[in-house]
Design a protein around this ligand. Structure first.
Ligand SMILES: Cc1cc2nc3c(=O)[nH]c(=O)nc-3n(C[C@H](O)[C@H](O)[C@H](O)COP(=O)(O)OP(=O)(O)OC[C@H]3O[C@@H](n4cnc5c(N)ncnc54)[C@H](O)[C@@H]3O)c2cc1C
Length: 391
């Protein structure tokens, strides 16, 4: 039976902070990082009947999981790495069951839907470039990826409010979206309810293999051990990975998002630039900036975002923006995920990437299943950080 607890920031914080470890120090698996990637893997490991501890630095760290856009996005992923296109598609196919299971277990409404997604193009050149990209994706995936390129007139039929500057769009039926904070909240709640152990404000400073298990130490001097350790600490993974013979050359990449006042429902599908949330507000944002660990918003980017949104749907010129934020993506050198098990210290895994929302279903499912069995899914061998080694 589902339990209903109001979804508020304070209920979330107390839920996350109050998990007692009951003196336990030894676990089957320790997951470092309680963002979307860490908690989805940890939740999946619990389903495999492992005892699991999440050690999470918490809100003092940069957390992409609290600032993302909520797209479950297949179009445009993996043109240069077909295994990434296939993994993304697999996760998007697993999403409906995953969302149903989470909602059943926690009572949290995720606002998940999969009616396909659109990428609007504001010029003929943008449209042609998009068209080339989509054709290449269909080619490298041997046709497993479906899409349509739609003209302005075809779109007008689907979106009566569309502006005249929209030249066309790509449409992909595999895309969807979800309330991203609800997702993070529900996974933590499901993990908690299934007797997972969570320690907040626990910044891991050291880890090493000792015999058949790993010794994991926090900055406060607490020590825990486990046969498996999964490094999923977002941009914090870069420092931790070398301690167990792995590497995670990730960097922060800023994205800014604008939120409007709630609107009557008019957009029931996500687009790459804007989407309407289950509560009615619009999220607008697809900026990408290399500004290191600076996550501040800027008027220039907000102006650009607003201008593109208004060009797409002119009636938005009358809509009030109520909030903005900046957040840091976890970006690898080629934009594709990193998954690996250490050769030097078997049992230690690394998982970091952009697209933690899209891939949550695959992380809780096949990835966690493989880690519990002491391996990685076979189709993930090309995601090793070895690909960045310069020979
Ligand atoms: C603006 C923006 C829009 C995005 N939109 C989408 C989208 O539409 N769809 C999509 O799929 N993805 C999207 N993403 C990406 C997605 O949010 C990330 O892939 C995902 O949140 C990464 O999760 P994570 O758990 O790896 O990292 P984080 O969320 O950064 O979490 C890392 C966690 O590790 C903890 N940590 C760090 N160091 C340590 C340490 N030493 N010890 C213990 N804990 C530590 C931190 O406290 C934190 O809780 C977006 C990201 C941004 C910034």
């Amino acid at each position: 039976m589902s339990k209903k607890v109001p979804l508020t920031a304070s209920s979330q914080n107390s839920l996350l902070g109050e998990k007692k470890l009951k003196g336990m120090r030894n676990f089957d698996a320790i997951v470092v990082g309680g963002g979307l990637v860490g908690v989805s893997i940890a939740y999946g490991l619990l389903k495999q009947r492992l005892s699991v501890l999440i050690l999470d630095e918490g809100d003092i760290a940069f957390r992409a999981s609290r600032g993302n856009f909520g797209l479950i996005w297949v179009q445009s992923k993996g043109v240069k790495m077909p295994s990434y296109a296939a993994w993304t598609r697999r996760s998007s196919d697993l999403w409906a069951d995953f969302a149903e299971q989470l909602t059943e277990e926690t009572g949290v409404t995720l606002h998940y839907s999969r009616k396909g997604g659109y990428h609007f193009c504001l010029s003929e050149q943008e449209f042609n470039e998009r068209s080339t990209l989509m054709a290449r994706l269909a080619f490298v995936t041997s046709g497993a990826f479906e899409y349509e390129m739609l003209s302005h007139n075809e779109l007008r039929y689907r979106f009566p409010e569309l502006g005249p500057s929209v030249f066309g769009a790509s449409y992909c039926p595999h895309d969807g979206h979800v309330g991203s904070l609800q997702l993070l909240m529900s996974m933590h709640r499901a993990f908690h309810d299934a007797e997972g152990s969570y320690l907040a404000n626990a910044s891991v400073s050291d880890l090493k293999k000792s015999g058949n298990s790993f010794e994991v130490r926090t900055r406060d001097g607490e020590v825990f051990s486990a046969a498996r350790v999964v490094l999923a600490a977002g941009n914090g993974t870069k420092e931790l990975a070398p301690m167990v013979g792995l590497s995670a050359p990730v960097r922060p990449q800023k994205g800014q998002v604008m939120v409007t006042a709630k609107q009557k429902p008019f957009l029931d599908v996500p687009t790459a630039l804007l989407r309407q949330t289950g509560e009615g507000s619009l999220l607008i944002g697809d900026s990408k900036e290399e500004t290191g660990f600076d996550d501040m918003t800027t008027p220039e980017v907000m102006r650009d975002l607003a201008a593109r949104a208004v060009a797409t749907f002119p009636h938005l010129a009358q809509v009030r923006a109520v909030r903005t934020w900046g957040a840091l993506r976890v970006m690898t050198p080629d934009g594709h995920p990193i998954y690996a098990q250490s050769r030097e210290a078997p049992g230690a895994y690394v998982a970091c990437m952009h697209s933690g929302v899209t891939l949550a279903a695959a992380h809780a499912g096949p990835l966690a299943e493989a880690i519990a069995a002491g391996t990685l899914p076979e189709n993930l061998s090309s995601f090793s950080p070895d690909r960045f080694d310069v020979h």
